[in-house]
Design a protein around this ligand. Structure first.
Ligand code: PGA
Length: 414
């Protein structure tokens, strides 16, 4: 007999991400017409151990079209998903993994598995007529993870300039979304006015952050500190400053080319020293190239009490890479991106390992993201420490911040 939770249909189509590139949207529909839908996001600054997207590489959309991926879903995958229960996420994800068999999911595509896996996960909460953050909650202890919000962008999100990728702020003290977002608005606008007045405003990056001209990392952090103080907030005590260096993007053969300077890892460390000690930077993501784990270890040894060292490209939400980094004491936290490993089950396994070892978890969107807001639900359900989805502008970013406001309202009533 057919069970109501069993999948009866899988739909897919081409839609577009926030950079205007094609991507995949899928829908999972059960026997009782419960429904889950997800769009695959896409990174610009990707680690080498991320799962591989299947793209057409033909003359449509600069090679980024997804016709092949849609055909794989329709012909190869969907027939194997029909009849599975949407409530059995491990069974669903294992079916995807067994259909692919490669380490980086290059056969059926990490973009394909990501959209399918998330759609099924969302279908299960819809099937149970429950909010995703409640249905998938690990413990029913609900709190809002600290929002890490981009103020300045750069690097691969600004046409591959040799600069740090993100300058962000996050609350150190407990603040409601309402109070924190109030401060973020004020700080962002204070900064923008300064840039415009000083003719340093160049434009916006892929995640909506400000892109300055003629400002280096010290001048940028100086403006952030000044603007926080002008809004009567104490930087480094009430609101923290973080950077995503994304160093692999400006590294080659042991040399980091930052602006027009060539630096070795020790000289790059001297820059972090100033940022930490003079500019209140208390969280640094991917400070060195993804293959230079010994520099991560040295930085953590030297500055571990003052700043958190976070791995993104270093870990790629990969269980074994996290295990290795924990064993080597290389990081205090990791960035979690579902489409780095390609399924919900593998993401959850990595998060569990992080929590068992007191490693901070930061659930993150991609630079090519979408209007969907499921990340806000997942960050609450999975009790991640922080959530990082870009700037405080543009709908693919504010869709997530706004959903956190709604979730906070619901939590306050539970
Ligand atoms: P990416 O950027 O999606 O290009 O990797 C996201 C981030 O890490 O800020």
């Amino acid at each position: 007999m057919k069970n109501k939770s069993h999948i009866k249909k899988v739909n897919c189509r081409r839609v577009f991400d926030s950079r205007g590139n094609p991507t995949i949207e899928v829908e999972i529909i059960t026997e009782n017409d419960s429904f889950g839908k997800a769009i695959s996001p896409s990174g610009a600054s990707t680690g080498t151990n991320e799962v591989i997207e299947v793209r057409d590489n033909d003359n449509m959309f600069g090679g980024k079209d997804v016709k092949k991926a849609l055909e794989i879903i329709n012909k190869k995958i969907a027939p194997n998903l029909i009849g599975l229960s949407c409530e059995d996420q491990n069974g669903f994800d294992n079916t995807l993994i067994s259909l692919d068999k490669s380490v980086l999911k290059e056969n059926i595509g990490g973009n394909v598995t990501t959209a399918l896996s998330i759609a099924n996960y969302l279908c299960a909460s819809n099937f149970n007529a429950e909010h995703t953050f409640i249905y998938h909650s690990e413990s029913n202890k609900f709190f809002i993870p600290k929002p890490e919000i981009q103020i300045f962008g750069g690097g691969a999100h600004a046409n591959k300039n040799n600069t740090f990728q993100d300058f962000l702020i996050y609350p150190i003290v407990d603040l409601s979304c309402e109070d924190y977002f109030d401060s973020v608005y004020n700080i962002t606008n204070t900064i923008k006015k300064k840039l415009v007045n000083n003719q340093n405003f160049f434009g916006y990056c892929d995640e909506g952050g400000l892109y300055p001209n003629n400002l280096d990392q010290f001048q940028i952090c100086d403006i952030i500190n000044e603007s926080i103080i002008e809004n009567k907030i104490i930087p480094g005590k009430e609101i923290g400053i973080s950077i995503d260096v994304a160093a692999s993007n400006f590294h080659s053969n042991g040399i980091y080319t930052l602006y027009d300077k060539e630096l070795d890892s020790k000289e790059l460390t001297n820059i972090f020293d100033i940022l930490i000690n003079k500019f209140n930077v208390s969280l640094i993501e991917d400070p060195y190239d993804e293959n230079d784990i010994s520099s991560f270890i040295a930085l953590k040894n030297q500055y571990g009490l003052l700043t958190s060292i976070i791995g993104d490209d270093l870990i790629c939400t990969n269980y074994s890479l996290l295990e290795n980094a924990i064993q080597k004491k290389a990081i205090d936290g990791l960035i979690v991106k579902i489409n780095q490993c390609g399924t919900i089950s593998e993401t959850l396994k990595t998060i569990k390992l992080a929590k068992e070892n007191n490693i901070k978890t930061i659930l993150s969107a991609r630079s090519g993201d979408t209007e969907e807001n499921f990340l806000s639900h997942l960050a609450v359900a999975w009790e991640t420490d922080m959530i990082k989805v870009g700037s405080f502008a543009r709908s693919e970013r504010t869709s997530k911040w706004n959903e956190l406001v709604r979730i906070e309202e619901k939590i306050n009533k539970i």
